[in-house]
Design a protein around this ligand. Structure first.
Ligand code: NAP
Length: 246
């Protein structure tokens, strides 16, 4: 697909480029001829393909975030910044809690560090580098389970709470961004359930037609981004373009 919202060529960057969804975004943008510069930030930068300019960064290291942002924008302002980082489990001690009795301060702190503080710090350093008056977009992957209004099931305490915090931080960033550029947007996105390492242990109850390939999920989210109007800034949007209430 080709993104048309920038009315010509555009410059993009993906944080979390090594992940299931991050690498799918990278493939889609790499294949779009209108994307003339594509930055990829990850903890394993050597895995970046094609026309991609790769750099290392860690969400826990703000200086590395600032360096990556500055490097991506060295030849011109950015039109699109995608944050596809996140953690739900680590395959070991960190697992989504089924009940409050399993909650630990360590899990809460880690989830907030990676899922909320990290993307907010990327916004801090990336928003000043966005192209002006061109409908630039900063989008961070959140999750429907981070919606307080939508929470009827409970569980997954640390992950849910950290995504709710992310939604608030990005809403705040959107308000500041709109004061400088009324065409620019800051949003959070829910990809649906995509078949990645993050979701794999929890796909049991997902109907096959509701389990997206990472490439499908990325394409759907890029279509949502392409159609965004300024009125939707600061919101949480699902893969089908619907708004999920906070
Ligand atoms: N998959 C789904 O069904 C689903 C559903 C709802 C929401 N989401 C959200 O979508 C986003 C992407 O998830 P995914 O499914 O693509 O998961 P994934 O394949 O596990 O990718 C997670 C990414 O986050 C990166 N990351 C984790 N900690 C980091 C750190 N300290 N510094 C830098 N990067 C770090 C990982 O880097 P490394 O490769 O270096 O570990 C990886 O690139 C997450 O925010 C997730 O919550 C996913």
């Amino acid at each position: 697909m080709t993104l048309t919202r920038f009315k010509g060529s555009y410059r993009a960057a993906v944080f979390g480029a090594s992940g299931g969804l991050g690498s799918a975004f990278l493939r889609a943008l790499d294949a779009d001829p209108a994307c003339i510069a594509l930055g990829a930030a990850s903890r394993r930068p050597e895995r970046a393909p094609g026309k991609v300019a790769a750099i290392g960064f860690d969400l826990a290291d703000e200086e590395s975030i600032a360096e990556a942002c500055a490097w991506f924008a060295k030849d011109g302002p950015l039109d699109l910044v995608l944050v596809a980082t996140g953690i739900l489990h680590d395959g070991g001690a960190l697992q989504p809690e089924k009940a409050l009795k399993s909650l630990t301060g360590e899990a809460l702190a880690r989830a907030f560090r990676i899922n909320a503080a990290g993307p907010a710090l990327i916004a801090k350093h990336a928003l000043p580098l966005l192209a002006k008056d061109r409908g630039a977009v900063f989008a961070a992957l959140s999750a429907r389970v981070g919606s307080i209004a939508d929470n009827a099931l409970g569980g997954w305490h640390a992950y849910r709470a950290s995504k709710a915090a992310l939604n608030m931080l990005i809403r705040n960033a959107a308000i500041e961004l709109a004061r400088k550029d009324k065409t620019a947007l800051c949003v959070t996105l829910h990809p649906g359930t995509a078949d990645t390492a993050l979701s794999r242990p929890f796909q049991g109850n997902v109907k096959p037609e509701k389990l997206f390939t990472p490439d499908d999920a990325a394409a759907k989210l890029l279509s949502v981004i392409d159609a965004l109007t300024p009125a939707r800034t600061g919101t949480l949007l699902a893969w089908d373009g619907t708004t999920i209430p906070f």
